[in-house]
Write a protein that binds this ligand. Structure first.
Ligand SMILES: Cc1ncc(COP(=O)(O)O)c(C=O)c1O
Length: 348
């Protein structure tokens, strides 16, 4: 049996099969909310979970100050990204996104045989909204993915620029705010949801909440969008354990805020250390740094020392994305980078 042609050439999402001593490749955070574990005795896991996820949507609503009827939960925001493509974009219709950006936009586009058009970033990787507007005029897309702060480059797109885009196109504009908590939220589009009927916003609990393991994301959109997506989603798509843990986590937003502040200050510390080591740094508003280094094969050299970071290839060769680790992990990273630099000097 052969898969459909769009799948034959598909290079799926790449995840390292090997566990490293320190994993700084996937923009996870420590699970700091439940260090003592959770008591899940009372969960009725013999029954299907709540198909409408009422409790979790209500808690999300309190967290982002939006009525829960405008919210759709997802099995990670990844599921919701896919649901948008599935629901709104037909074969050969166009999806736009900046390049580089989160790789799944392109992968979902390919799976559903849509046409993905990458909009170039500036040479310093900052994002020019006018180019996106021009591409939208030229290609007439059904869906535009905007990632802010952008993964992997860390840039934010100002709110007034996203509004300009929304006003210039009839495409559905999906603003992926997976890392928005790390920016203090000032550029979030969540509170614009009632002003633009072509806007949806995606969020996740995988980053600031440190809960990548429970696969919980959410989408905010107008009632028509929520209705369309509900028709397409699988029944009971969000399992009972995730709904349960998500509710508990959303009631701990002060702890989450504390952790975000800590990650921001560790991000600043790591920036200082890496610039001392002659890395080229880009401004980053996420829980990661995007850097360029002339050290040949830095990703492999760090792997040999037990540390995994995200190394890119092709036109992004020599660029790396490094998740902000714990204080100790960051110290070990800097120490091993110094060793690599020292060994490099001695070998040349
Ligand atoms: C920009 C962006 N969007 C979405 C996701 C997917 O997150 P989730 O774990 O909620 O599926 C990621 C994960 O790294 C991401 O970087």
């Amino acid at each position: 049996m052969r898969p459909k042609p769009s799948i034959e050439s598909l290079k799926g999402y790449q995840v390292s099969p090997i566990q490293y001593e320190i994993q700084l490749d996937a923009n996870e955070s420590k699970n700091f909310l439940f260090p003592k574990g959770l008591n899940i005795k009372d969960l009725s896991i013999n029954l299907y979970p709540d198909n409408q996820a009422l409790d979790i949507r209500s808690e999300i609503g309190k967290y982002i100050l939006i009525d829960s009827k405008y919210i759709l939960e997802g099995n990670g925001s990844s599921e919701l990204l896919e649901l948008l493509v599935k629901t709104y974009v037909d074969k050969n219709e166009v999806i736009l996104s900046y390049e580089p950006s989160f790789s799944m936009y392109k992968i979902y586009s390919q799976i559903y045989s849509t046409t993905f058009v990458g909009v170039p970033s500036r040479s310093d990787f900052s994002l020019d909204i006018q180019i996106m507007i021009d591409y939208a005029k030229q290609y007439n897309p059904k869906l535009i993915f905007i990632c802010t702060p952008n993964n992997p480059t860390g840039y934010l797109i100002p709110k007034n620029e996203i509004k300009r885009l929304l006003e210039s196109t009839t495409a559905l504009v999906a603003v992926d705010e997976a890392y928005m908590e790390f920016t203090d939220g000032l550029t979030s589009m969540v509170d614009e949801i009632h002003n633009y009927n072509n806007l949806v916003v995606l969020r996740t609990m995988s980053k600031a909440f440190g809960l990548a393991g429970i696969r919980l994301g959410y989408l905010i959109g107008n009632l028509d969008v929520i209705k369309d997506l509900n028709k397409v989603k699988s029944p009971y798509h969000l399992n009972a354990l995730s709904q349960y843990v998500g509710v508990k986590a959303l009631q701990m937003k002060d702890e989450v805020r504390k952790n975000v502040l800590e990650i921001q200050s560790r991000r600043n510390e790591l920036e200082v250390e890496l610039s001392k080591l002659k890395f080229h740094l880009y401004p980053s508003f996420g829980n990661f740094l995007f850097v360029q280094s002339d050290i040949e094969n830095l990703g492999d050299l760090l792997k040999n020392k037990g540390i995994l970071i995200r190394a890119f290839s092709n036109e992004l060769k020599s660029y790396y994305r490094i998740t902000i680790g714990t204080k100790e992990e960051n110290e070990i990273l800097v120490h091993r980078l110094k060793e690599i630099i020292y060994e490099n000097i001695n070998n040349n």
